[in-house]
Design a protein around this ligand. Structure first.
Ligand code: UD1
Ligand code: MG
Length: 452
C-alpha cells in the first residue's frame, strides 16, 4: 500500500485508560496478540502512512508502555494524561502539541489492534475528498454492545455518537457503531477541544462528543465503513481471545498462501514474526514463539514448541520437540521426540532423535546423538559449552559434562559420563566395568529361599 493522503499527518494513540475490564496489573495495551503487545500492532498499522509525528497518550507511572513504544519506534513522542477522565480528555492532553499545525490528526485507540493500514488510508482520503472536519470508521457488528452508536443524517453523514452506556433503548437498536478511529482536520480539532465538556451522566470527557460539536459548528462529519473484524476493540479478556483468533487466521492464511501445508490450521499457533518457507508441512498442535524462521521442505510434527530458532531446509522436527532460543537446526537434520535443544547448532544431517537435552552445544555435520544424551551445561553457577565433532556418535544415556569437546568421528560408549575431552576417532567410555559371575544368580535364589 502507498500512502496517498495529501495532508500533513499527526497521529495520536490513546493508551492511558485504566483497562479495568481486563482485571490485570498489566496496562491494557501491553496485553499481547500473536506475541506482540496490542500497541505494537497499532504502531505497525500507522507506519505505512508515514505520519510526521506519532504521539502516544500514556498514564502516569506506566513505564512499560513507553519503553515498548520506544523499542519499536525510537522517534515516538509521549504525553502523560494525569488522570483517565475519558477519551476526549486524553486528546485534550495533547492539545498544545497541535497548536498552529494544519493537516490531519488521526486518533487511534491502543486497544484496536486489528486495524489495517489500507483502512486507515481510506479514512484519510475520505476526509480529504469530503472536505469534512471529521471522518470516522463505522462498522456493523452482529452485537454492538459496548460500542458508540452512530446517529446518521443520511449516509455518509454522522450527526452524533451515543455511548452505549448513555444510549436510550431506541438508540441501542442502532447497529452502526464507531470503530475507534477518527481523522480530524487539525485546526478544527484544536478549536473544538476547547468546547469539549464532560458528560453530565458519567463526568467523563468523550472524544465522540466532538462529532456533535463539529455539526454545531456547521462542519461535515463523514463515516467510512470498515470490516467488523478490523475494528474489534479489546476491553475484556474475552475480546482479547477473540482478537487473537482473528489474528491467528490472518497469519495462517499468510503461511498457507506462501506454500505451507497445515493439516489442522486451527491448531497451529503462530507468532507475528514467524517466517515459514515453501513445502513445509506442519502437523497439528505446533506452537511458534518469537523469532522462528523455517526453511523449505521442512516437516514439523505434532506437539512441537519452537522459539528463537532457525530451521534449515529439509529438516524434520518432532513430534514433541522443544526448540529454545539460539538454536539452529541444519539442513536435513532430525530432532525427534522429547528432545530439547537450547542455544545449539545441529549440523547438516545430524540427528538427535530421542529423549535428550542438548544445550550450549555445537554439533557437527552428520553426528548422531543417542537416546537419553544430556549435555550437563550448568554447574549451578556458570554455563559451559560442549562441542561435538562431525560424524561423532554419542551412545545412548550419556552425560557430557561441559566444558567438553568430542572430536570428529569419535564414539562415546553408551551410559558414559564424559568429563574429559575425547580426541577425533577415539572411543570414549566412562562407566564401571561389567562383572559376570557364573551361576551366582542360582546361588542367590537358593540362599533367599532357605532364609525365607
Ligand atoms: C470507545 C468509544 C466508543 C467506540 C469504541 C471502539 C469513547 C467515549 N467511546 O469505547 O464509542 O465504539 O471505543 O472501540 O471514546 N483512554 C485513554 N484515556 C482515558 C480513557 C481511555 O487514553 O481517559 C484510551 C484507552 O487506553 C483505550 C482507548 O482510549 O485504548 C479507548 O478507551 P476505552 O475505555 O476502551 O473506550 P471504549 O469503552 O472501548
Ligand atoms: Mg475500548
Amino acid at each position: 500500500m502507498t500512502a496517498n493522503h495529501k495532508h500533513k499527518l499527526v497521529s495520536l494513540i490513546l493508551a492511558a485508560g485504566n483497562g479495568r475490564r481486563m482485571k490485570s496489573d498489566l496496562p491494557k495495551v501491553m496485553h499481547r496478540i500473536a506475541g506482540k503487545p496490542m500497541i505494537e500492532h497499532v504502531l505497525s498499522a500507522l507506519k505505512p502512512l508515514s505520519p510526521e509525528r506519532v504521539i502516544t497518550i500514556i498514564a502516569p507511572n506506566v513505564d512499560s508502555v513507553k519503553e515498548h513504544v520506544l523499542s519499536v519506534a525510537p522517534d515516538g513522542h509521549f504525553i502523560v494524561q494525569e488522570k483517565a477522565l475519558g477519551t476526549g480528555h486524553a486528546v485534550l492532553a495533547a492539545r498544545d502539541e497541535l497548536a498552529g499545525i494544519t493537516g490531519t490528526t488521526l486518533v487511534v485507540y491502543g486497544d484496536t489492534p486489528l486495524i489495517q493500514p489500507s483502512t486507515l488510508n481510506a479514512l484519510l482520503q475520505s476526509r480529504e475528498s469530503h472536505k469534512a472536519a471529521i471522518a470516522l470508521l463505522g462498522m456493523y457488528p452482529e452485537d454492538p454492545t459496548g460500542y458508540g452508536r452512530l446517529v446518521m443524517n443520511g449516509e455518509p453523514y454522522v450527526e452524533r455518537i451515543v455511548e452505549c452506556r448513555d444510549a436510550t433503548s431506541a438508540e441501542k437498536d442502532i447497529h452502526w457503531v464507531w470503530g475507534g478511529v477518527m481523522a480530524f482536520e487539525t485546526t478544527f480539532l484544536y478549536e473544538a477541544l476547547e468546547a469539549l465538556q464532560p458528560s453530565k451522566v458519567t463526568g467523563e470527557y468523550y472524544l465522540t462528543k466532538l462529532v456533535e460539536i463539529a455539526n454545531d459548528m456547521g462542519f461535515k462529519v463523514v463515516m467510512e465503513p470498515m470490516d467488523v473484524t478490523e475494528a474489534m476493540g479489546v476491553n475484556t479478556r474475552m475480546q482479547l481471545a477473540e482478537a487473537e483468533v482473528v489474528m491467528q487466521w490472518r497469519l495462517r492464511e499468510r503461511a498457507l498462501e506462501q506454500g505451507a501445508t497445515m493439516l489442522a490450521p486451527e491448531r497451529v499457533y503462530l507468532h507475528m514474526d514467524t517466517k515459514i518457507g515453501r513445502d513445509v508441512i506442519i502437523q497439528p498442535d505446533v506452537y511458534f514463539g518469537p523469532n522462528v524462521t523455517v526453511g523449505n521442505n521442512v516437516e514439523i510434527r505434532a506437539f512441537s514448541h519452537i522459539e528463537g530458532t532457525v530451521i534449515e531446509d529439509g529438516a524434520v522436527i518432532g513430534p514433541f520437540a522443544r526448540l529454545r532460543p539460539g538454536t539452529v537446526v541444519g539442513e536435513g537434520a532430525h530432532v525427534g521426540n522429547f528432545v530439547e535443544l537450547k542455544k545449539t547448532k545441529l549440523g547438516k544431517s545430524a540427528k538427535a532423535n530421542h529423549l535428550s537435552y542438548v544445550g550450549d552445544t555445537d554439533v557437527g555435520e552428520g553426528a548422531n546423538i543417542g537416546a537419553g544424551t544430556i549435555t550437563c551445561n550448568y554447574d549451578g553457577i556458570n554455563k559451559y559449552d560442549t562441542k561435538i565433532g562431525k560424524n561423532a556418535f554419542i551412545g545412548s544415556n550419556s552425560s557430557l559434562v561441559a566444558p567438553v569437546t568430542i572430536g570428529e568421528g569419535a564414539i562415546i560408549g553408551a551410559g558414559s559420563v564424559i568429563t574429559q575431552d575425547v580426541e577425533a576417532n577415539a572411543l570414549g567410555v566412562a562407566r564401571a566395568q561389567q562383572l559376570n559371575v557364573p551361576a551366582k544368580a542360582t546361588e542367590i535364589r537358593q540362599r533367599k529361599r532357605k532364609n525365607g
